[in-house]
Design a protein around this ligand. Structure first.
Ligand code: HEM
Length: 385
């Protein structure tokens, strides 16, 4: 769920804050001194947020050591040395979108801005001539306020957009089963003589549609829960969890003659995240494979490995024979309420993706040339903690 940068609105906010050409000039003239403290600033941020239990995990799942320090350093330098042009405003906007995607509590971002303010006051008081401190401080205040406003706009837009898409999706999806149930009841009511067979068929239709709605309510609640909840992370044993969920699926979706292949890499024993959310994610991914497997040639394979691109991540590859019905873009398949199955809710894969993105992982789904579909989950490695 990506949203375009609303440049016009952001420039309006900039104007409302009184951030004008003079402010930009003042920033540039004092900015060199402030920006020269970027390394100290990034270290200060890292130490502070590593010291908090709620934010420490984000520093533990970086794609490379020091990734966040680099981001914070570049941001701190950028606000004092770059123009607040389209590219820079867009970058700050993206930080808000990213913070929502990884489910960072917005209060911690606010806290970050308070710390940045405090840090700047110290630098101004120690490094800028007393007669220039007031103007420097005013320009810094405006910059930080503007960044926070842009970030908050993105944060709200992203959260609101997601919620309203879900609400719209529910309204749309519920219309079909309600129409079918209503129509079936009307037919029963109208028929003077109804055979036991016809009544039985109608009851089955009503039951199937109400089960579909029940499943949708369940999936919508899960989606909402994972999207909004802040959850504690710990190392999770991957093989054990995958085996448990595989056993559940075999019972739930019996497939005659299933060839189930598994391979677990010893280096990828643990992933970092919330165990219950991971269980939910694997339930949906594996249920998807069991439901979609080709009944003529049923093969499902689950393999884990270290990500060849970065040893900080683990890959879980779930393959099933069968093909994707239709040629859909991966983004479409991962969009809430999109389903290729008549009775699917279209929330399984989106739930799995939200779980993965919260730990800075991802889910991809693609057809394989020799036949079959691969679902690839990239998840932060838990053996490093
Ligand atoms: C003043 C406060 C903060 C600022 C200005 C800020 C700024 C940014 C920026 C500019 C990005 C890059 C966005 C992009 O390129 O798409 C980013 C990403 C990110 N931020 Fe923040 N951030 C702040 C607070 C925090 C806090 C408190 C945490 C958690 C400890 C955090 C965690 C992250 C993470 C995990 C990413 C994603 C990195 C990636 O690309 O994998 N941020 N932030």
């Amino acid at each position: 769920m990506r949203k375009q940068v609303p440049l016009e609105r952001l420039l309006f906010l900039k104007q409302q804050l009184g951030f004008d050409a003079e402010t930009q000039e003042l920033l540039k003239s004092h900015g060199v001194i402030l920006a020269s403290h970027k390394e100290d600033f990034a270290r200060y941020f890292e130490d502070f947020f590593r010291g908090m239990e709620e934010t420490r995990p984000y520093l533990e799942v970086q794609e490379y050591p020091g990734q966040l320090q680099d981001i914070w350093k570049r941001w701190f330098e950028g606000i004092f040395t770059r123009d607040f042009d389209q590219a820079f405003v867009g970058w700050v906007w993206n930080s808000g979108m990213t913070h929502v995607r990884i489910n960072l509590d917005h209060r911690f971002v606010n806290l970050g801005y308070c710390l940045a303010r405090r840090f700047c006051i110290q630098v101004i008081n120690s490094s800028i001539a007393p007669e220039e401190r007031a103007e420097a401080m005013e320009a810094v205040e405006k910059t930080l306020d503007l960044c926070l406003l842009i970030e908050t706009e993105a944060f709200l837009a992203s959260t609101f957009q997601c919620d309203s898409e879900v609400i719209r999706g529910i309204a749309h999806q519920i219309r079909n089963p309600i129409t079918v149930i209503g129509g079936s009841i009307m037919r029963l009511k109208r028929s003077k003589e109804i055979t036991a067979r016809a009544a039985h068929d109608t009851y089955n239709t009503i039951l199937a549609e109400s089960r579909r709605m029940e499943k949708m309510v369940q999936d919508v609640s899960s989606y909402n829960e994972v999207f909004h909840s802040q959850s504690a992370w710990s190392p999770v044993l991957l093989q054990e969890m995958l085996q448990e969920v595989l056993d559940e699926c075999r019972q739930r979706y019996p497939v005659v003659g299933l060839d189930l292949q598994t391979g677990y890499a010893p280096m990828a024993r643990r992933v970092l995240g919330n165990p219950e959310e991971y269980r939910l994610m694997f339930r949906h991914l594996l249920a998807n494979a069991f439901e979609a497997v080709d009944p003529e040639k049923p093969v499902i394979s689950v393999q884990t490995s270290l990500d060849p691109g970065t040893a900080m991540y683990v890959l879980v590859e779930i393959f099933n024979t069968g093909k994707l019905s239709g040629t859909y873009e991966m983004e479409t398949l991962l969009t809430p309420f999109f389903s290729t199955r008549a009775m699917g809710t279209g929330l399984g894969l989106p739930i799995a993706r939200v779980v993965a993105q919260k730990v800075k992982g991802n889910i991809m789904l693609y057809p394989v040339a020799k036949g079959g579909v691969v679902c690839l989950a990239s998840l932060p490695r838990g053996d490093l903690v």
